[in-house]
Design a protein around this ligand. Structure first.
Ligand code: AMP
Ligand code: FE
Ligand code: FE
Ligand code: ZN
Length: 286
């Protein structure tokens, strides 16, 4: 079984449509892929339709999920949420709040970029984002189009869009203890995404992770491209101490990042343990 529990579609900052992501997951030989767009479930219906329409003989399970934007003590972090009830009103309202604020903040970032001499526009960013939940990677693509930087990842520096960079503007982000509770209230299973991704900015202390574990966190995403071997070992130890599950995943973003689907995977037993905790939704199977 090959299980990849973190992937983005163009419902947020990936480049594949949800149906293309399903096709890519089959082509990559995955058995399970989780659709975890930033702060939105907008891709779920299309992904479900694509899975059900797969030809007999191909097999794939899609785990509906999301990746929530959180912050504590000024440090941004991401919380993966699997198999929650998308209709549960409290959690739905919070996702709505973050998504709406992404528009205000996106405009403000474009304005900052223009003040700094980059000839990009909000219309251009909207075209790049399409119907997707607007984020810095879309603005990064606009900066690439304008010839300001060579690649999306080159836009994530102190000069431009990195956390605390010249053109960074914060958005509304949920307190992670609150987010863990909201995911559980909606019957979902919360896993801390790339908790040691230092290249993205400051990361939270072990105490914060312990507090999240006490609030109902289910696991830590340990095997992730942004973690070096030493970080993975440390996080594995911490997960053991706190009784948390350990997952691995690609964080695929289509052509917007270089990672491949299935680059890192989750143990089938861990996947089973996550499923056993979920009451809000069911995996979508062909
Ligand atoms: P946002 O949600 O708008 O704040 O943008 C965060 C997203 O930007 C993350 O989910 C990643 O997809 C991307 N990102 C953050 N840091 C980096 C980085 N250093 N290099 C490339 N992409 C990044
Ligand atoms: Fe992203
Ligand atoms: Fe993330
Ligand atoms: Zn992600």
């Amino acid at each position: 079984m090959r299980i990849d529990l973190h992937a983005h579609s163009n419902a947020s900052d990936g480049t594949d449509s949800p149906a293309e992501l399903v096709a890519a997951a089959v082509a990559a030989g995955l058995d399970v892929v989780a659709l975890t767009d930033h702060d939105t479930v907008a891709g779920h219906a299309e992904a479900a339709g694509a899975v059900r329409a797969l030809p007999a003989g191909s097999r794939l399970t899609v785990v509906p999920g999301a990746e929530l934007s959180c912050a504590v003590d000024g440090i941004s972090l991401h919380l993966l949420a699997y198999l929650f009830d998308p209709e549960e009103p409290e959690f739905a309202r919070e996702r709505d709040l973050v998504r709406t604020d992404r528009f205000r903040r996106g405009r403000a970032i474009v304005e900052r970029c223009r003040e700094l001499g980059a000839e990009i526009s909000w219309e251009q960013v909207r075209r790049i984002a399409g119907a997707g939940s607007v984020g810095r990677p879309h603005i990064a693509s606009a900066l690439v189009e304008a010839g300001v930087v060579a690649t999306v990842s080159d836009a994530f520096t102190a000069d431009w869009l990195a956390n605390g960079g010249r053109a960074d503007v914060r958005k509304h982000e949920t307190d992670p203890v609150t987010a863990v509770r909201l995911v559980r209230v909606a019957g979902g299973v919360p896993v801390f995404a790339h908790p040691g991704a230092v290249k993205r900015g400051r990361t939270v202390s072990d105490q914060v992770i312990a507090d999240l574990a006490a609030a109902g966190l289910a696991g830590l995403e340990v095997d992730h491209t942004d973690h070096d071997e030493e970080t993975r070992e440390r996080l594995r130890g911490l997960a053991g101490e706190l009784g948390l599950l350990v997952t691995g995943s690609s964080d695929y973003h289509g052509t917007r990042k270089t990672v491949r689907l299935g680059e890192h995977t989750t143990d089938p037993e861990v996947y089973g343990a996550l499923l056993a905790q979920a009451t809000g939704a069911k995996p979508i199977e062909r």
